[in-house]
Design a protein around this ligand. Structure first.
Ligand code: PEP
Ligand code: MN
Length: 331
């Protein structure tokens, strides 16, 4: 059972009232305030009405599964002045797959900010399938990303590839990204959670929805400020698109689990020509935002060129979306 403490009430006195009833209680500070979890089997006999009547209790809920901290996340996440969730304008996170140079990321930041993006993405530690492919510029790239974003009023998101780089990524970014290949890496999830940052959690390319939710639970249990779930396509049998964009999962997470989901059509499709219709479909399914790869010259990109949008294509995708605030800017 999840017990939410009323804002302004003393969580310790609520906790004492629960403990005095013989209940086993753990405490969690989430983006929505303090929650107390009554852990099974010790709390199996608890009466919800009695708990709801305790002074200082705002609400009582039954978790749907083995991920009470995920279930207790608020429907709207507030991150660095941005609100992600239902009835909020969709948030556009965009940028190159890899941060290729200081000049590149400044130019991209300027052009994307002018067009309405709110979060600048770019990989500094790249999870490449081959060891001979570009692996990223590391911490230098994170510095360039942070400076470029600051200059144009953007937040940042970048991937932490391993436990050795997660502190570094958290130190330079607003949101730590966990990539698809690492969704099952529980030591990394714990390390990312311990940074206390919000985390963008990509779905593993062959992960069930329950496994994805449990990966979120690892993050929140370790101390992550919030988890944004990111659907980026799952492995399928057809090679026409890079992955299969699972919009059923987006609808399920947003409408049933009431979680914040961002959709990454770039990695799902692997080709730029279908980004626009699938971005519209993602928002229709309930996504709170989009993660889009953009490059000034995709043919020369050091990674993921075929799926990168040019700036005019990016502008056209945004023009075709409902609910985005109109922003004047360069094309
Ligand atoms: C990325 O965002 O650049 C990336 C590598 O994504 P994924 O983990 O979804 O493959
Ligand atoms: Mn990429």
């Amino acid at each position: 059972m999840i017990v939410t403490v009323r804002p302004g009430a003393n969580p310790d006195s609520v906790r004492e009232a629960l403990v005095a009833r013989g209940l086993w209680v753990t405490r969690h500070e989430g983006a929505g305030g303090t929650c107390l979890f009554l852990v099974r089997p010790y709390s199996g006999h608890v009466n919800a009405d009695e708990v709801a009547a305790i002074d200082g209790v705002l609400g009582v809920a039954e978790p749907r599964g083995g991920h009470p901290r995920v279930d207790a996340q608020p429907q709207v996440l507030e991150i660095g002045g941005l609100a992600l969730g239902p009835d909020r304008a969709p948030v556009v996170m965009a940028g190159p797959c890899s941060i290729e140079s200081e000049e590149q990321i400044h130019d991209v930041a300027r052009r994307l900010a002018a067009r309405g993006a709110r979060v600048l993405r770019g990989g500094a530690f790249k999870p490449r399938t081959s060891p001979y492919e570009f692996q990223g510029h590391g911490e230098n790239a994170l510095r360039w990303l942070a400076e470029a974003a600051r200059a144009h009023g953007l937040l940042t998101v970048s991937e932490a590839l391993g436990e050795s780089s997660v502190e570094c990524v958290a130190a330079h970014t607003d949101i730590v990204q966990i990539g698809s290949r690492n969704m099952h890496n529980s030591p990394l999830l714990r390390a990312a959670g311990r940074t206390g940052r919000p985390v963008l959690l990509k779905r593993g390319m062959a992960a069930t929805i329950e496994e994805w939710l449990l990966a979120g639970e690892y993050l929140l249990d370790a101390g992550a400020a919030a988890v944004i779930f990111c659907e980026r396509g799952i492995r399928s049998f057809d090679a026409e698109t890079r992955n299969l964009l699972d919009l059923s999962a987006v609808a399920l997470l947003t409408h049933v689990h009431r979680l914040v989901v961002v959709v990454d059509p770039s990695h799902a499709l692997g080709r730029r020509d279908l980004i626009q219709p699938m971005s519209r479909a993602a928002l229709a399914a309930g996504a709170a935002g989009l993660l889009l790869e953009v490059h000034d010259t995709p043919g020369r990109a050091l990674s993921d060129g075929p799926q990168a949008l040019t700036f005019p294509e990016f502008a056209a995708v945004l023009d075709g979306l409902p609910g985005l605030p109109q922003v004047q800017g360069s094309r």
